[in-house]
Ligand binder design. Structure first.
Ligand code: BDR
Ligand code: CA
Length: 335
């Protein structure tokens, strides 16, 4: 194994596109996937854990520890997104005869698995890229309960939020103003941004501005299924499910784009901006407020008197480059 591989930890709510991200992280030769923590989100926690183990089995990576994390957001009840991800949270693969994993998760709580993995990485002098692809409940609990874990985190690259200045002019998906991962647990998202700032962990926001850009066509998905490889077949089937469900000719690799960002940062256009999470508001709760004004103006000082939480916000992406990276990896052609 090459020593130059990037140590990565994923936090997931698997989820069709989380599955795409898991396949990429498990199989790309430049990534050393150290652990996966699970959280309630797209599906209930038990389903998320089973789906995650099933995907890692398909990738031939039963060695990666997977742990159950938070089974609900900090404040609100769980909601789920089965209308997007299927009744089982994984594209109703069971209906196609796909056998779920019978593996058991790690006995630790997901937050403890994150802590142990980060501290071990710190001890090795090889801090991890922590990539949350789900509501930020586990990561908020980690950074507030075990802030020392930050020593083992080189950066956080999270999927969530929107600046509404990229390929989409919408700030929301789940609501008119808010993206799913942030609105599902807004307090957790706000805690992560604040804690990362305090603990000096750099944060990149891979949000809706770029999320829909890397796409795989129906034909490309069918070609993956036809290869006969277990991982390629799974990835292809998941994107076929998304094409069917939304009546589209192509589907986004979604969360997998955030893993692409760890592998190939050069395809991403970013700006360092102040980001806050709206915690109040009848209709704007969970919105990410991305301040694109000059930060040293009087107006900026007036409305943002406290220390800003500065985030590297992805505003543009070379979508075909990331889609190709994902497909090549599933076909075993990535270098
Ligand atoms: C995010 O929400 C979920 O549906 C996806 O898995 C992704 O993490 C997109 O808003
Ligand atoms: Ca997700």
């Amino acid at each position: 194994m090459s020593v130059s591989r990037t140590p990565v930890v994923l936090d997931v709510d698997t989820g069709v596109d989380d599955a795409c991200a898991l396949l990429l992280a498990a199989l790309h030769p430049a990534i050393d996937l150290r652990a996966v923590s699970c959280v309630d989100g797209n599906a209930a926690l038990d389903d998320v854990v089973r789906n995650t183990l099933t995907v890692l089995d398909a990738a031939g990576r039963p060695d990666v520890p997977v742990a159950r994390g938070a089974d609900r957001p900090l404040l609100e009840p769980a909601a789920g997104a089965r209308h997007v991800h299927g009744d089982d949270g994984l594209g109703d693969l069971g209906d196609l005869g796909w056998t779920p994993s019978d593996r058991s998760p790690d006995s630790r709580h997901g937050v403890e698995l994150l802590r142990d993995t980060c501290l071990e990485a710190a001890g090795q002098g090889r801090p991890v890229a922590l990539v949350p692809l789900a509501p930020l409940t586990n990561v908020a609990l980690l950074l507030r309960t075990y802030p020392e874990a930050a020593r083992g985190i080189a950066e956080i690259v999270f999927m969530g939020g929107a600046a509404a200045t990229g390929s989409t002019t919408a700030t929301g998906s789940t609501t008119a103003t808010a993206e799913f991962n942030v609105v599902h647990d807004p307090e957790a998202a706000a805690i992560v941004l604040a804690a990362a700032q305090e603990l000096e962990v750099p944060v990149t926001m891979y949000g809706l501005d770029v999320f829909y850009e890397p796409v795989v066509t129906r034909q490309e998905a069918a070609a993956l299924v036809a290869t006969g490889g277990r991982a390629a077949e799974l990835g292809g089937r998941l994107l076929q499910f998304q094409c069917e469900r939304f009546g589209r000719a192509a589907a986004t690799i979604g969360d997998a784009g955030a893993v692409c960002a760890v592998i190939d940062r050069g395809a991403l256009v970013t700006e360092l901006l102040s980001v806050r999470v709206e915690l109040a508001g009848a209709r704007s709760r969970g919105r990410t407020i991305v301040d694109r004004r000059e930060q040293d103006t009087d107006l900026a000082r007036e409305t943002h008197p406290e220390t800003p939480t500065t985030v590297r916000v992805a505003l543009g992406v070379d979508g075909p480059r990331y889609a190709a990276l994902w497909q090549h990896t599933l076909l075993g052609k990535a270098r």
